[in-house]
Design a protein around this ligand. Structure first.
Ligand SMILES: *Cc1c(COP(=O)(O)O)cnc(C)c1O
Length: 246
């Protein structure tokens, strides 16, 4: 993408600052409404399809957590921006063969959805920790909140969470952080996130440290906060609409 002139860049910077402030105001209001004062969720800015230059601007504006959903794009941006001290969150579906690449840059993986992937991640993180001494990889189990399995947007059924959690909790170098979900299209996000909160509570009963809930996107962050989200994944309301690719 074209980086534009100096004036364009100043304009983009001001635009991003304004959009971050607006999202922050929504978050603050929702936290107040939910009676969760003092429990600010982590804001992850989802930067997929937007250029590395925008991520530099976000970092200059104080953003610390960014999200990507494709390994190739994420790994090249993370390499280019290695000096910025950002936490990279991988939020897309991940093929097992990409585990090796993801553990090189990711702080957290929000989309663990099968046992075979945990096998691959465990091997990959062991090699990476041996090489660099990196911290454990935070892992979220992605849960499908769709009743219609055929239409779902990724993730495991609630009934499959305990087995996957057991496996993750036992894996060296992987930290079971909690659950993640995307609200299904065409239903109320409140109902979906209420369901997710119940799944989270059942998980925490077995794994007391796994308290994180990654939920809430541009359209539904208020509902997610109301039902206990600890991590928000916001893309378009901060960066604008994505170029229409893939
Ligand atoms: C793109 C994406 C987001 C951000 O969505 P917006 O609607 O742009 O805020 C959040 N979560 C996941 C998994 C995504 O792929």
């Amino acid at each position: 993408m074209n980086e534009g002139t100096v004036e364009d860049n100043a304009e983009r910077m001001a635009d991003l600052a304004e959009r971050i402030a607006a999202v922050q105001r929504r978050i603050d209001a929702a936290v107040q409404d939910a009676g969760r004062a003092g429990e600010l969720p982590t804001l992850i800015v989802v930067t997929k399809f937007h250029p590395a230059a925008d991520i530099r601007r976000l970092a200059a504006l104080g953003v610390r957590d960014v999200g990507e959903n494709r390994d190739q794009e994420a790994s090249s941006k993370a390499a280019e921006l290695a000096g910025l001290g950002l936490n990279w969150h991988f939020v897309g579906q991940l093929q097992s063969k990409k585990a090796k690449s993801v553990v090189k840059y990711a702080h957290a993986l929000h989309s663990v959805d099968r046992l075979a992937l945990v096998d691959g991640l465990e091997r990959a993180i062991a090699a990476e920790q041996e090489r660099t001494g990196r911290e454990a990889l935070e892992c979220f189990i992605q849960v499908s909140l769709d009743d219609d399995a055929g239409a779902h947007r990724g993730g495991v059924a609630a009934a499959e969470v305990p087995l996957l959690a057991e496996r993750l909790a036992a894996a060296a170098g992987l930290e079971l952080a909690g659950v993640m979900a995307v609200a299904p299209l065409g239903t109320s996000p409140e109902a979906a996130f209420e369901k997710l909160a119940a799944i989270s509570a059942a998980l925490v009963a077995e794994h007391p440290g796994a308290t994180a809930i990654s939920a809430g996107m541009s359209q539904d962050l208020e509902a997610a906060i109301r039902f206990g989200a600890t991590h928000l994944r916001i893309g378009s309301d901060i960066l604008g609409s994505r170029p229409d690719v893939g």
